[in-house]
Design a protein around this ligand. Structure first.
Ligand SMILES: [Zn+2]
Ligand SMILES: [Zn+2]
Length: 55
């Protein structure tokens, strides 16, 4: 039996799933990257393949 340690990034347009140990926490939410955590201030994505969360 495996413990669930992965959650979806809290960024609404992001499709990434991030492990809890690697997630970046901000304001009580967990994000897959600092770009997501900051709300994509420069229009940059998280850099994960296939994710277009910065658009
Ligand atoms: Zn993303
Ligand atoms: Zn994200």
């Amino acid at each position: 039996m495996t413990t669930v340690t992965q959650i979806k990034c809290a960024c609404p347009s992001c499709l990434c799933v991030v492990s809890l140990t690697e997630a970046i926490e901000k304001s009580g939410k967990s994000y897959c990257s600092s770009a997501c955590a900051d709300g994509h201030p420069n229009g940059t994505g998280c850099g994960h393949t296939g994710c277009e969360c910065h658009k």
